[in-house]
Design a protein around this ligand. Structure first.
Ligand code: BG6
Ligand code: MG
Length: 215
């Protein structure tokens, strides 16, 4: 029986994919580095600096650590500008509000477990900054997914044993992290075909609260 549900943010609670893509595309274009949506898919769930390393596989020159920080900052500044002008509660994904309210009504704890350092900004922008019992994100971890740290911290914040928690993820790296942490996993969106998940659905409107609790 599931006592707590830990939600990834990007691609599970809210659709930020396009804005992340535009941010990285802006950076890649400014450096003349080839970047497309297929490469963008590989960045799902991966930390900002690890994402940059994936993009730089296509670069023709090598970059110092200092230059890499400047490139990641260029992307993030552009991305934050897009978040502030384009993101709203309309971008909350289908089924999310029903599931969050249903879990709360059933006495199940809800938390965020995201690699994103922009998590507080995003939650505020979509009006969900007071909705969760705890938030674990890129600001309180040293190891990014597929390492389970972000989920283990979330479980700790809501006072639960990892085995009593269900993780909801749209990324392969996130499903790996959930499993490495000894948690159950519900795969949504892009992760729907991941065989390691205990349950899979196109989005949260296709899953009932009872199905989640009974896992
Ligand atoms: C994850 C996204 O949630 O956060 C990744 O799926 C992103 O694509 C990562 O790279 C880090 O995000 P941020 O906002 O800290 O750059
Ligand atoms: Mg995600």
């Amino acid at each position: 029986m599931v006592k707590g549900v830990i939600f990834d943010l990007d691609g599970v609670i809210v659709s930020t994919d396009e804005l992340h893509y535009l941010g990285w595309k802006h950076m890649a274009d400014s450096e003349g580095i080839y970047f497309d949506r297929e490469i963008n898919e590989r960045l799902r769930g991966v930390s900002r600096m690890a994402s940059l390393d994936i993009i730089l596989e296509k670069a023709t020159k090598t970059y110092t650590d200092e230059q890499k920080v400047a490139l990641a900052t260029l992307k993030n500044d552009y991305y934050k500008q897009l978040l502030s002008t384009r993101l709203s509660s309309k971008d909350i994904l289908p089924g999310v509000m029903n599931v969050l309210d249903g879990l709360k009504a059933a006495g199940v704890k809800i938390a965020i477990g995201s690699s994103s350092k922009n998590t507080p900004t995003i939650l505020k922008q979509i009006g969900l900054d007071k909705k969760f019992d705890a938030v674990s994100d890129g600001n309180n971890i040293t190891n990014s997914k597929p390492d389970p740290e972000v989920f283990l911290k979330a479980a700790q914040f809501i006072g639960l044993d990892p085995k009593d928690c269900l993780v909801v993820e749209d990324a392969e790296a996130g499903i790996s992290a959930a499993k490495a942490g000894g948690m159950k996993a519900l795969a949504v969106g892009s992760a729907i075909t991941d065989k390691r998940a205990d349950l899979a659905a196109a989005d949260l409107s296709m899953v009932s609260v009872q199905q989640m609790i009974n896992l």
